[in-house]
Design a protein around this ligand. Structure first.
Ligand code: ATP
Ligand code: MG
Length: 644
């Protein structure tokens, strides 16, 4: 049939595999994602499976969008629309919204993003009188997150160090604070879904009947909860189709465990395994380099991988003097390739181990006036003005969201100062109630209401009237209209546009958000549900998802967010001991193996040309230090390399 013509024989076999559990185990660029996409199309077109019965899980929202576009071409818009395509988190968020009652969570719950999560940890630390300078909230939160991904509840948490003991003490209060705010963090989305299915076999049964075919991309990066979830969902029809490459597992720090591939085999003795051996992405030189690096990892099975793309140019290796020099070299090289018409700016990607490395690169790009796309750091949704507007919407959606209320109660300034806020909070502490409760109690002049001066009281009452008006309008107002109204009522534009360029650009961001929200007005569902969907999606956009796909500019991104992507020309920077491998990973063989996989992922993103760079000194924590070429470079055979 026509659909299968653009596939090689191995890919064809994989796409048309019979029902039951199937594992596609193959190296980078061999068409795993393509096979998964075609499998979905084949199930619908050839096996006549209604799209409604298919669930495909991707690693990022961006990957989901790309797959959806592909499938719209293959299946037509109407059929593609009925597929469930998304990340684990987005899928669980929807299930929990629908099954809130059975799950025992409020149906208007809000998703706490990474910043919110850290803010809650900081609060819990303060409540326990623990110094948040000594115990960084982000580190404490990661530890809690790992426990949740292993499905360890607060009371079963076993600390193995003094730091662990701090985590143990914070974990419970953190969880309580989340609940008091009607909030779920990212890990809760998965955890609560698994719990729901455990407690309510009837509900699980419904989803098993709905998702008769479950397909998973990047399976090597699933963690324990995700594995259990897949096991539950596919427990009845057993049509689980996963693609994986254990050499590309790079999310161990988030609890991912590539051993889930072996676990799958143990749980399904009838698991069919398919291999794909032709790489369509890279030149032979790039593949040889990748293999030379990864073969030093212990406990792996070598996979065959060949390409018909020919040898291609050698790998370019460049030693720079310092990070500025390194950045200039890269930016110059890109500019030259563009001048010679050997590449478009958008063909190029610059990858690094840590976000901080982008600064020198950005400065170089700015100096020569070449636009660039930065994945991560200036995330749209992390900007102050965007967070403000979202906080207003979240408050409207769920007044018990005290984190959002705290953020906007005096934005723009309306005379509700720190002291007033403290008085409100003190009143809530006694009741463990939400801040909104205190605001309401005050305006109703209840007896346990917080005691405030009359000016503060008037300010709080005015704020209460304004927000209540929005809440009343919520059910009949689309998200973009709601934003409009919030901006108007709060006079937000005047507050933001202070006559500087910065102010103007911030206002543009707000307009951009309104455009995004307008999309949700057209989904046909009622405005209240549109707001819910909008907020859920906003909370789930991850770093990699803020890439504007249509600008012709080089992409700057971490090796982690490069997963699954491909670029004609790739630069990997900072190949130095202490950076790649990272200093925190050098003493632990497992961590070191993961660093090697990370470089492997980076190298295999390249289609045509690969540049590797390092510097002989680098500023770290404010002072310059000598640095040494990464041990991984020693693994690359000399004949593959050109030193520049
Ligand atoms: P990764 O491990 O990096 O996620 P992958 O195995 O998922 O890679 P894909 O991204 O699916 O690989 O495919 C890599 C590239 O090869 C894509 O550009 C894809 O369109 C192309 N490709 C895959 N199979 C074929 C084929 N049979 N004919 C032509 N191009 C192909
Ligand atoms: Mg892929």
């Amino acid at each position: 049939m026509e659909l299968l013509e653009s596939l090689n024989p191995q890919q064809k076999q994989a796409v048309t595999a019979s029902d039951g559990p199937v594992l596609i185990l193959a190296g980078p660029g061999s068409g795993k994602t393509r096979v998964l996409t075609y499998r979905v199309a084949w199930l619908v077109l050839e096996r006549e499976v209604p799209p409604y019965h298919i669930l495909a899980v991707t690693f990022t929202n961006k990957a989901a969008r790309e797959m959806r576009k592909r499938l719209e071409t293959l299946l037509g818009y109407d059929r593609a629309r009925r597929l469930t395509l998304g990340t684990f988190h987005a899928t669980c968020a929807r299930i929990l919204r629908r099954e809130a009652e059975a799950a025992g969570i409020p149906h208007d719950y809000v998703i706490f993003d990474a910043d919110d999560q850290r803010a809650l940890v900081r609060r819990a630390l303060r409540e326990l009188d623990i110094d948040d300078k000594q115990y960084r909230p982000s580190a404490v939160h990661s530890a809690i997150s790992r426990a949740k991904n292993e499905m360890i509840p607060p009371d079963a948490y076993q600390p193995s160090s003094y730091f662990g003991e701090i985590v143990r003490r914070v974990y419970g209060p953190y969880q309580e604070l989340l609940r008091a705010n009607n909030g779920l963090d990212f890990d809760d989305l998965l955890l609560e879904t698994v719990r729901l299915f455990r407690r309510h076999p009837d509900v699980l049964r419904r989803y098993q009947e709905r998702y008769r075919h479950v397909l998973v991309d990047e399976f090597q990066d699933t963690n324990t909860v995700q594995y259990i979830l897949l096991h539950q969902l596919s427990g009845r029809h057993r049509n689980l189709f996963v693609v994986a490459d254990e050499d590309q597992s790079i999310y161990r720090w988030r609890g991912a465990d590539y051993r889930n591939i072996f676990r799958l085999r143990e749980d399904h003795p009838d698991l069919l395994t398919h291999l794909l051996e032709q790489n369509y992405r890279s030149t032979q030189t790039i593949l040889d380099t990748a293999r030379a690096i990864i073969r030093h990892n212990p406990n792996r099975t070598e996979k065959k991988l060949f390409t018909q793309r020919g040898r291609g140019p050698k790998i370019m290796l460049h030693e720079a003097y310092d990070q500025e020099d390194e950045a200039d070299f890269i930016v110059e090289t890109i500019a030259q390739l563009v001048r010679r018409k050997e590449a478009r700016p958008g063909d190029c990607a610059v990858m690094y181990r840590t976000n901080a490395q982008s600064r020198a690169l950005e400065e170089s790009f700015i100096r020569i006036g070449m636009p660039y796309r930065l994945v991560g750091a200036t995330r749209f949704y992390a900007r102050r003005e965007i967070k403000d507007v979202i906080a207003f919407l979240r408050l409207i959606h769920n007044p018990a969201d005290s984190t959002s209320l705290r953020r906007v109660i005096n934005v723009p300034p309306r005379g509700i100062g720190q002291k007033t806020l403290q008085a409100l909070e003190k009143a809530t502490d006694k009741q463990r109630a939400s801040l909104w409760w205190a605001v309401e109690a005050l305006t109703r002049e209840e007896e346990n209401a917080p005691a405030l001066g009359s000016r503060a009281q008037r300010a709080v009452a005015a704020f209460h009237r304004m927000v209540s008006g929005w809440i009343e309008a919520r059910a009949t107002t689309t998200p973009d209209q709601l934003i409009e109204r919030v901006l108007g009522d709060t006079n937000y534009e005047a507050y933001l546009r202070d006559g500087t360029d910065m102010g103007d650009s911030r206002w543009e961001n707000v307009q951009e958000l309104r455009t995004v929200a307008a999309d949700y007005a057209q989904t046909g569902s009622d405005p209240g549900a549109a707001l819910t969907d909008f907020l859920a999606d906003v909370a789930l956009v991850s770093d990699a998802d803020n890439l504007a796909d249509d600008t012709d500019a080089p992409t700057l991104l971490t090796l982690h967010s490069a997963k699954g992507l491909e670029f004609p020309i790739v630069f990997i920077t900072g190949l130095e001991e202490g950076l790649l491998p990272h200093i925190r990973s050098m003493d632990d063989p497992e961590e070191l193996a993961e660093e090697r996989r990370l470089l492997y992922v980076g190298v295999t993103r390249a289609k045509n040309r690969l540049y590797l760079t390092y510097a002989s000194r680098r500023a770290r924590y404010g002072s310059y230090e000598d640095s040494y070429a990464s041990r991984f470079l020693d693994n690359i055979p000399h004949q593959l390399v050109n030193e520049l």
